[in-house]
Design a protein around this ligand. Structure first.
Ligand code: C2E
Ligand code: MG
Ligand code: MG
Length: 640
């Protein structure tokens, strides 16, 4: 798996710094060479001595240049060779001082320049030691000079010079040491800051559990890879994998075991692919492998097979023998997707297809497409995550009481704010949700949301209207429906009498006895029940009397042709009369114009719902409407 570098290795850069420092020292030596010749001209030093000193300087510089250039210095504990350079400088300096017959003090001034070699590396102690070495060197020079050429030595003068040097050098060394300390502290802080920044960067771009690149880094890498692929005209493929039944492991063995499984799976996937392929964890138990520049689709099947085989190896975590497998969806660019978003979405859709048809195997997007229409496939993958991504919305359509003209309740209707397709209506996704079983979770989501919101309206003083929520057939058959509803009412605090459930004829007619039991239990809790889309199924009013229903919603197909269609007027009249005899309220759906409104009122319908009054409203708009209603109610109360 390709590692994504975030910090550069800098040994080369450091060696460059050392070489530059060497050139600085060498230039000081080079300045000294002409000075020596100047001293010769002034008669301070003999010609042969000048030659020797110059040669020593040149030899010294060539030697150090060679050492730094070849990197031989890296074998030493201190690759900057501070001590060696300092000692070599001191030896040359002392030799030069010895060679001077007069004005030796001038040469000794260069001790200060030599100490500069220690800048940033010597601490106070080392500086003091270096000063001592120089002072001792000077003592040696005077002694040798007194022995070899006593005529050049003025003992008192030399002693004074030595003392002066003994005062200056340690002071200089102390200051130099403090500067080095400061710089070292600065460098440490800098290093700490650098590594903290590195950690932050790593945390933002890598998954902390597995160490793999996360969604953020992966998206960037993918964009870059697609741009490269487009420029150089080669294909890119994305393998999207999801562990099968991972939720079971988490639920039954606990999250620590689940986490270990995810780590092992990450290692196995990364180990199964080439170093150049990029592996990332997108979240949960989803991993992706980006394969750049493959030769043949067959190569991708092989990669998928390798990954599947690696994942399938026996696994033991905390004494539990586990078997894991993954389903993989494969999508290619540019054939099956035009951009990064589409590539991920399509690979994801193909993965779901694999899971559905052949869990633990791989499926190409193209193949999945043959099985089903594209839009539906994509939508299905997206719908699975809609709730957790917070894309579901509730709109509310008011029901109006025909006698009073005031709001009688609201119906909660689900909407899906899709990231690419915009706001989707139920006709686009409810049947899909029903087929895939996702409707159950979505149904509980809207129940909770609607109950919570309805409670909050009355809490702040708006009319305490009942809220109606549509139940799906699957949800209605859930064994724990009643318990779930009780829990929702308990957590949201909405009184049961303010919740109405809309069920359809087909839901109850498939097993009327079981349905009656469920309905009675719901009624016992105080929840109201309504028969939705009445007239579209096969039930007769006679059958209806078995069910504990409070209201009947006449389907809009009977309302549409009112008042012109005589049959529809007759049916509506009969339905209203019979419903009333069974003590049910009648709600007419889909009322769009005045003629329908007048007919329904004349026939004694209780409530109407339709664009003629209000379309389904987002919560803010409903609140504005509730506000109007509150004012109207106050005014009516005032009139009384
Ligand atoms: P429904 O329960 O019969 O809801 C009434 C539908 O009629 C709503 O469509 C509403 O927007 C539409 N409508 C209201 N007034 C008029 C009108 O004057 N003229 C016309 N032509 N239509 C009108 P929507 O919101 O698209 O919902 C469609 C169906 O989707 C609902 O029919 C319901 O069966 C289902 N549905 C909506 N939300 C949910 C939900 O949360 N869970 C379940 N299981 N089903 C839902
Ligand atoms: Mg309804
Ligand atoms: Mg309806």
């Amino acid at each position: 798996m390709a590692a994504i570098p975030f910090q550069l290795e800098n040994t080369g850069a450091l060696q460059g710094v050392r070489l530059r420092r060497f050139w600085l020292g060498a230039s000081v030596y080079m300045v000294c060479a002409p000075l020596l010749w100047f001293a010769y001209a002034a008669g301070f030093i003999q010609r042969d001595a000048v030659l020797l000193c110059t040669l020593a300087i040149i030899a010294n510089n060539i030697a150090f240049y060679w050492i730094f250039r070849t990197g031989y210095n890296l074998q030493f504990v201190d690759p900057s060779l501070t001590w060696v350079q300092m000692l070599a400088g001191t030896v040359i300096l002392m030799f030069t001082a010895y060679s001077f017959d007069r004005a030796r003090a001038v040469v000794l001034l260069l001790c200060l320049v030599i100490l500069v070699f220690g800048t940033f590396r010597f601490r106070v102690r080392e500086y003091v030691v270096a000063s001592m070495v120089m002072l001792m060197g000077y003592v040696g020079v005077i002694n040798i000079a007194m022995w070899r050429k006593p005529e050049t030595v003025d003992v008192w003068m030399e002693a004074f010079q030595w003392l002066a040097l003994a005062c200056v050098l340690p002071t200089f060394g102390y200051i130099g040491g403090r500067i080095s300390d400061l710089r070292m502290r600065l460098r440490r802080t800098n290093d700490e800051l650098g590594s903290a920044l590195g950690t932050i960067q790593r945390m933002a771009t890598h998954d902390s559990l597995t160490g793999l690149p996360n969604r953020v880094l992966f998206s960037e890498t993918l964009e870059h890879a697609l741009a490269q692929a487009a420029r150089h005209k080669y294909p890119v493929a994305l393998l999207f994998m999801d562990l099968d039944r991972f939720k079971n492991i988490n639920d039954t063995l606990g999250h620590p075991v689940g986490d270990r499984v995810l780590q092992i799976a990450a290692r196995r996937v990364a180990g199964a692919v080439r170093d150049s392929d990029i592996v990332a964890r997108l979240g949960g138990d989803e991993y992706v492998v980006l394969v750049e520049n493959y030769q043949h689709p067959q190569d991708l099947t092989e990669v998928a097979q390798k990954v599947i085989a690696a994942l399938g190896a026996p696994l033991e975590v905390d004494g539990h023998s586990l078997a894991i497998s993954a389903s993989i969806g494969i999508c290619t660019y540019p054939v099956d997707a035009r951009d990064a978003l589409e590539l991920v979405a399509n690979a994801d859709a193909a993965m779901y297809r694999a899971k559905e048809m052949n869990p633990g195997a791989s499926c190409f997007y193209a193949q999945a497409q043959d099985d089903r229409s594209v839009g539906r496939l994509e939508l299905e993958a997206d719908l699975r995550r809609a709730a957790e991504r917070g894309e579901l919305r509730v709109h509310y359509q008011p029901k109006i009481n025909l006698a009073s003209g005031r709001i009688a309740g609201v119906e909660a209707l689900m909407r899906w704010q899709h990231p690419r397709h915009g706001l989707l209506m139920p006709e686009k996704f409810i049947s899909l949700a029903e087929e895939t079983g996702l409707i159950v979770g979505m149904g509980y989501w809207i129940l909770t949301a609607a109950c919570r919101q309805a409670k909050s309206w009355s809490d702040v003083g708006y009319p305490a209207v009942p809220v109606a929520v549509n139940l799906s057939a699957r949800q209605f058959r859930q064994d724990d429906l009643v318990e779930q509803l009780a829990a929702i009412l308990r957590t949201t605090g909405l009184p049961a009498a303010r919740l109405e459930l809309e069920i359809t004829e087909s839901m109850v007619m498939s097993d009327p006895d079981a349905a009656t039991v469920t309905m009675k239990r719901l009624r016992a809790m105080g929840i109201r029940l309504a028969m939705d889309d009445f007239g579209t199924g096969y039930s007769s009013l006679g059958v209806l009397k078995r069910f504990p229903i409070q209201s009947l919603k006449v389907d809009r197909s009977f309302v549409r042709d009112l008042p012109h269609n005589g049959d529809d007027v007759a049916i509506t009249r009969a339905v209203i009369a019979m419903a009333h005899s069974l003590r049910m309220d009648v709600v007419a759906e889909g009322v769009e114009h005045q003629g329908q409104f007048d007919t329904l009122r004349r026939e004694g319908c209780d409530q109407i719902q339709g664009y003629f009054c209000k379309p389904p409203l987002a919560e803010v708009d409903l609140i504005a409407f509730l506000d109007e209603e509150r004012l109207a109610l106050r005014a009516t109360a005032g009139d009384d």
